[in-house]
Design a protein around this ligand. Structure first.
Ligand code: CP
Length: 294
């Protein structure tokens, strides 16, 4: 079985192939796959869960969902045994969202069922990374040299680890900005990253901005004095929005008046709903690519 756990599992050629598949699915191409898939979501989700579900149904797969509090995990069954059980039940594909990281992944990949990571703790959210990359590529013919600023909770962000890796692989120059306590000490895997203390200086530098949510469910201590002060110091206010040179993104969910002012969230410089609209087509491309030859 083939899997997608991290953006690093994909070669650049495979990403280009996925981009063409995404474009053709978005343009109306339809393919059919056989068999059963399960969405196993132990953390809350609106976009990821529903867009995977839409993608699986469009591809003709029998689709099941297990949510928080609904599985034998509650009774102490391990995730490894859960995967074995799902495989024995005849599922071909497991799409999982979990609050933990399964390092090392190798033992989980040998159960004869394909795995897609839909967000695992602070590690990776590869299909969100592909959505961000492909949405950017629809608006910028090349990302080479594009200055991309990520603002917010970089430390806990699996989206940064996926999108940042992909943007950097496509030769964008990365910058980050957020409370000093929420910036990882080692950013070297993402190239020569510029760290901005001031979001106003970051926005002046950037061609393109990605806002990220404070992942408070992962905070072990309080990293920000208050939401109000965070918004004033880092948030996308109306004044900062006017100064943006290009587009901005946010993978969602957005916390209003913390990350972004509601008056600018869907403004003409926003790609937020474009990211959402691209979700099912990106997931169709990923699922089809993993399962088509099996
Ligand atoms: N971007 C994202 O993963 O959103 P959901 O939590 O709604 O799935």
């Amino acid at each position: 079985a083939r899997h997608l756990i991290s953006t690093k599992d994909l070669s650049t050629e495979e990403i280009q192939e996925l981009y063409s598949l995404f474009r053709s699915f978005k343009g109306g191409r339809r393919e059919k796959l056989k068999g059963r898939a399960v969405l196993f979501f132990l953390e809350a989700s609106t976009r990821t869960r529903l867009s995977f579900e839409v993608a699986l149904r469009e591809l003709g797969m029998e689709t099941h969902h297990v949510g928080r509090g609904e599985s034998a995990i509650e009774k102490g069954e391990s995730f490894k045994d859960t995967i074995k059980v799902l495989s024995a039940l005849g599922f071909r594909l497991l799409v999982f969202r979990v609050p933990f990281v399964l390092f090392p992944y190798e033992p989980y990949l040998k159960e004869g069922i394909s795995l897609i990571n839909a967000g695992d703790g602070t590690h990776q959210h590869p299909t969100q990374g592909l959505i961000d990359l492909f949405t950017a590529l629809e608006h910028y013919p090349s990302l080479e040299g594009l200055k991309v600023l990520f603002v917010g909770d970089i430390l806990h962000s699996r989206v940064f680890r996926s999108s940042g890796e992909l943007f950097s692989r496509f030769y964008a120059q990365l910058g980050v900005c957020g409370p000093a306590t929420l910036i990882p000490s080692d950013l070297s895997p993402f190239g020569d990253v510029k760290v901005f203390d001031s979001v106003d200086e970051g926005i002046e530098w950037a061609d393109f901005v990605v806002y990220l949510r404070l992942q408070e469910e992962r905070f072990k201590e309080s990293y920000v004095p208050s939401k109000e002060s965070y918004f004033l110091q880092f948030g996308l206010t109306k004044e900062r929005y006017k100064k943006l040179k290009g587009y901005f993104m946010h993978p969602g969910p957005v916390n209003l008046y913390v990350d972004v002012d509601p008056e600018v969230l869907y403004g003409e410089k926003s790609l937020v709903l474009k990211q959402v609209q691209n979700g099912p087509f990106v997931r169709m491309a990923v699922i089809y690519n993993l399962l088509k030859d099996q």
